[in-house]
Design a protein around this ligand. Structure first.
Ligand code: SAH
Length: 355
């Protein structure tokens, strides 16, 4: 498998361009065209000499992924299923999902949100989530994470990013950090516009807080009860919720960045008034927002989506207890919006299953 432009450090890319008869600054032009404008074809980069463009097109692909499937929903969200060949590292191929989510209001001039994946599969295995169903295959490399941003940028301007696709970001933090550095420094996204979502391993959250993170953090809580969290987030079995919250407090003290606690609302499971009251007690005195996510149905899942009224009641109970609570009605349910669904489906069909 040949290397891609995005895979090469800028200095190496300059060298490759020179080997292909170009100049060092041509590599900088190409990199900027890809990262800033989302151009995926050398032919579109008019400021490069034509003969060089032809040699580049033949010998140095811009990206290494291919688009396996695309689904779009009436609300204009576009979900891509991307396949990565096995790279230099011989870590095996894999497919992940990337979602491009335009602003709700089409006349809003601000860019879209992109949702990216960090792992091929996921080791966390939350029972309501499609991403963990096939287990973890491998971590993505940093250029593979970066490529997802570029593929989204090719669909339109982006101004926000959520690392809420397939995988557990804190288990692949080095690659993620390297990718985000490029996104921040060369694609122009702001530090406050990138949110990384994690199940919240307390030690990792604490260590991360010391590393001058350049993004916002969201922790998936899903219930105020320890026993229930053991089943909803099995990877955290035995870790008391108070420890997760204490790590979140530490993060806020060290970084000054407020946290979001995510809470998937599962009908009849964790959406009772008792849950809301108990969650409000846990949140008391903490400067954090609770983001309620009504469950996105996953095929064959025993869980149900709560009604609009049930969601409003839960949110109301939190707010009357002084907790800031927002609701994220997922976009693109029609586009198989739940994490990992597109990948799961194409695996069922045999299209993307890795032998
Ligand atoms: N591993 C990270 C990122 C996962 S995706 C984490 O757990 O935070 C981001 C959020 O989507 C998580 O809160 C996750 O629990 C939630 N989620 C997963 N499947 C969902 C579904 N079917 N419906 C609604 N939210 C879901």
């Amino acid at each position: 498998v040949s290397e891609s432009l995005l895979q090469l450090e800028p200095a190496l890319a300059q060298q490759r361009f020179q080997e292909l008869g170009g100049r060092g600054f041509h590599a900088r032009i190409a990199r900027a065209a890809v990262l800033e404008r989302g151009l995926l074809d050398y032919a579109q980069i008019g400021s490069l000499p034509r003969s060089l463009r032809e040699r580049l097109a033949a010998q140095l692909p811009i990206l290494c992924s291919s688009e396996v499937a695309r689904s779009s929903s009436p609300d204009r969200a576009i979900k891509l299923l991307l396949a990565f060949p096995s790279g230099r590292s011989e870590r095996g191929p894999g497919t992940v999902e990337t979602v491009f989510i335009p602003r709700r209001d089409p006349s809003d001039p601000r860019g879209a949100t992109v949702c990216v994946s960090t792992q091929v599969g996921c080791p966390v295995a939350c029972p309501f989530c499609a991403s963990g169903k096939l287990g973890l295959e491998r971590n993505l490399e940093s250029h593979e994470i970066l490529e997802q941003f570029v593929r989204a940028r090719a669909l339109g301007p982006i101004s926000r990013a959520v690392v809420m696709g397939i995988g557990e970001p804190l288990l692949n933090l080095d690659s993620l950090t390297r990718a985000l550095d490029v996104v921040l420094d060369e694609m122009g996204l702001g530090q406050r516009k990138i949110t990384v979502s994690t199940v919240g391993f307390p030690e990792r959250v604490r260590r991360l807080a010391e590393r001058r993170p350049r993004f916002q953090l969201a922790i998936s809580l899903h219930t105020p009860f320890d026993q229930q969290r053991d089943t909803l987030v099995p990877a955290m079995r035995g870790v008391p919720i108070e420890e997760v919250l204490a790590a979140g407090d530490h993060w806020f003290e060290r970084t000054g960045r407020e946290l979001t606690y995510e809470y998937v609302l599962l009908a009849g499971e964790n959406d009772s008034q008792e849950h809301a009251r108990s969650l409000a007690k846990r949140m008391a005195g903490r400067r954090a927002t609770v983001n309620l996510i009504p469950f996105n149905p996953v095929e064959g899942s025993p869980f149900g989506r709560p009604t609009v009224q049930a969601v409003a009641r839960f949110q109301g109970a939190l707010e009357s207890a002084g907790v800031v609570a927002t609701v994220r009605w997922s976009r693109g349910v029609e586009a198989q919006a739940a994490c990992g669904q597109l990948r799961l489906r194409s695996a069922d069909a045999g299209a993307a299953r890795i032998p």
